[in-house]
Design a protein around this ligand. Structure first.
Ligand code: CTP
Length: 428
């Protein structure tokens, strides 16, 4: 069924300059096997990695390379080249090609084609991990997604340059599957989640993360074991899904997630103030392990044993950030999500917490010492909404973050809003 989606389709493949260009040859073969016709544009840099002869032998057509090639222009102008296709695929899509496409540069055949086309464009990015994670590339990715460009990959893994991380071009079979999804979705009108342009683009999302430190004196403080890993992973995932993301972070040893504005604070009071300063936002996710108490009267000087150190500390309760923003009248975010760190009766306590704090969803996790969740890399959560409890399996904190991002995107998706509106109109 999926293969039929490609029968007789004309794919214009733009091969950029990167070590992954060799995979484009395999992609041509797979496309042809599936019944598609492939035309190829090879950039100057691309020709450093694969020869025009190997590309044209596979496509059984000339390889289009030069914007000012009179012969090609006489046979087929570059505008027609881009229009003649049913889909334009860029593989590998280098940082340079992405940047040119973002800004509408048209100084060679590949970039001119991307600007001139009236067809869907699917990019398979491939570049060094630092280049992929660079704020500029991430900004370009967001803009291109907003403009309707679809993406497949990149994958994470060992890279040709010896580094490790995201930046490896998706495998030809995965690109083929994405191309099939493109064509299949044209008839259904529904874009598969794997190709959806960043679904949280245009949303502002705030996340609190990490512990807070509540000073006792200039050198001592009250803290907890939160590592901040889950909150940081959530911020990274929201940004990847296109949201303008602000992370209000307590003291942790983690680098700033790519594309995220990070505000570092120390105490619960500071976290509340920094949070309020960022409002309004569409979504607030309170993942911080805020200290429940602060010391009543912090000493300006280091407390000395000799002066008779206090045998008791007098504590007062800290402001509850989640509760405060959930109860806001004017600037309440459309969706407020809390976390519940529990050590027994996890779901029951979390449900009570959701009701007490008046947040919309609560993500419950068992933080008993044996679970290894506090400070660990995995999490087992239950996502509790007004009328549902979703038990997720044990996942890496990154996967939990991504799944949560997808759930938020689905919540805001037009189809689910229409459904919600219908339900509400029935209720009225
Ligand atoms: N929270 C908050 N401000 C606080 C305390 C908690 O924003 N001063 C938020 C946390 O970020 C989390 C949720 O409230 O989203 C629940 O935190 P948790 O520590 O599980 O619950 P507590 O409110 O501290 O209640 P208890 O310690 O009694 O379980």
């Amino acid at each position: 069924m999926a293969f039929q989606a490609l029968l007789g389709k004309r794919v214009l493949l733009v091969i950029g300059g990167g070590i992954a260009a060799y995979k484009a040859l395999e992609l041509i073969r797979l496309l042809q096997k599936a019944g598609a016709k492939v035309r190829a544009i090879l950039t100057q840099a691309g020709a450093q990695f694969v020869t025009p002869l190997s590309v044209s032998s596979l496509t059984q057509d000339q390889v289009y390379r030069d914007l000012f090639d009179l012969t090609s222009e006489a046979e087929m102008g570059h505008i027609q080249l881009s229009r003649d296709a049913d889909l334009v695929v860029v593989a590998p899509a280098t940082a340079d090609l992405m940047a040119k496409a973002t800004h509408g540069l048209a100084n060679d055949l590949a970039s001119t084609t991307l600007l001139a086309t009236d067809k869907r464009v699917l990019m398979a990015p491939a570049m060094n991990v630092r280049m992929w994670e660079h704020a500029t590339t991430q900004r370009n990715l967001k803009q291109l997604s907003k403009d309707g460009v679809l993406f497949v990959g990149p994958d994470a893994g060992d890279m040709a340059c010896g580094e490790y991380g995201p930046g490896r071009m998706a495998e030809p079979a995965a690109i083929l599957a994405a191309i099939e999804d493109c064509f299949a979705s044209e008839s259904s009108g529904v874009l598969p989640a794997s190709l959806a342009p960043q679904p949280l683009a245009g949303r502002k999302i705030l996340i609190t993360a990490g512990p807070t430190h509540e000073p006792i004196d200039p050198v001592r403080y009250i803290a907890n074991r939160s590592s901040g890993k889950q909150g940081y992973a959530i911020a990274a995932a929201m940004s990847e899904l296109g949201a303008e993301t602000v992370l209000i972070s307590g003291p942790v040893q983690l680098p700033n997630p790519v594309g995220v504005k990070v505000v570092r604070v120390e105490t619960a009071e500071e976290m509340l103030k920094a949070t309020q300063k960022q409002l309004p936002v569409d979504v607030a996710i309170c993942a911080a392990a805020v200290a429940d108490w602060k010391v009543d009267r912090q000493s300006d000087q280091k407390l000395k044993k000799s002066k008779g150190a206090p045998t008791q500390l007098s504590l007062t309760e800290n402001p509850d950030i989640l509760k405060t923003i959930s109860h806001m009248k004017k600037k309440r975010p459309k969706l407020v999500i809390g976390f519940a760190a529990e050590t027994e009766d996890v779901v029951k306590h979390a449900q009570e917490k959701r009701a007490r704090k008046k947040c919309d969803w609560i993500v419950a996790n068992d933080v008993s010492p044996g679970t290894g969740i506090m400070g660990g890399d995995h999490n087992t959560v239950h996502v509790i909404t007004e009328d549902n409890v979703d038990d997720w399996p044990s996942l890496s904190k990154e996967k939990v973050a991504k799944k949560l991002g997808e759930k938020i995107a689905a919540h805001f998706a037009p189809s689910s809003k229409a459904k919600k509106d219908r339900v509400e109109s029935v209720r009225v």
